[in-house]
Ligand binder design. Sequence first.
Ligand code: SF4
Ligand code: SF4
Length: 279
Amino acid sequence: MKEALQKAVREALESGKAKATVILVEKDGELMPRLVTKPDDPAIDSLYSGDRRYPTASFVVMLQPVITGDIAVPVRECDRRMLFELSKRNQVDLERLVLLGTPCTQEVADACGCDHPFTADDIAIAPSLASPADPLPLPEALQSNDPAEKLAFWMGEFERCIKCMGCRNVCPMCFCNDCALDNLDLVSAESKPPEIPIFHLIRAVDMADRCVDCGMCEAICPAEIPLRQLYRQARQIVKDAFGYEPGVSEEKSPVEMLGEPTELAGMEEGFRTGQIPAE
Ligand code: SF4
Ligand code: SF4
């Protein structure tokens, strides 16, 4: 697979199909993106094609405005969903990207619950849209019809959060310059661990029409909070209400067209502190 990907990268540059490529290389045990513009660049020899994942899409967002011409990018299926959703939000120009489908091993696909990873046939050009994998099995507490039981489950999970911000920083769909998690009216700067559940609910609401279910936030969370499950539930609300699936639906998010921003000033104080008032 590595050789096939190296060949596709070199061909994209040699043929002029792409002016540059973004590949992953491994240095001192760390993965990092590399911009390559020449087919004989020795960095292509050390192209990384192993099981570890990397938020390459964030790098493409930064790079595309300063590169004239098309960029070839090896992508896994989840990277493709990210870039597609980012293009609808004017963060990347999909027309100027050449997506090289990168197959995942069965082990990675199983760990992600992905039932349609790219195959070797997709390396030349990644194919079009496919939905994320079937829903993960719900933990028992979340199968309950009792909201208090569900809240207790999530509060128990959120209590372990150390506010490292890894979940936000790894997420290519978190591209806002002004992040609500830095808004001191919503999240106190001093609080470590963060106030719960508001910290996590802000992010979950933000992700409801953006999350492409890549699972990288959950993989990086040192507290092992089942974040992917949380954002899947948020995604499901938007899907049920509007039929919209981030990374899959062709149209733009309906949530962006709902009108004026919601006024948060009157928010109940109890909600900030986790003492949500009883109905
Ligand atoms: S990655 Fe985990 S521990 Fe870090 S801020 Fe996010 S939820 Fe909290
Ligand atoms: S699974 Fe996590 S990292 Fe991936 S898009 Fe959703 S919120 Fe972002």
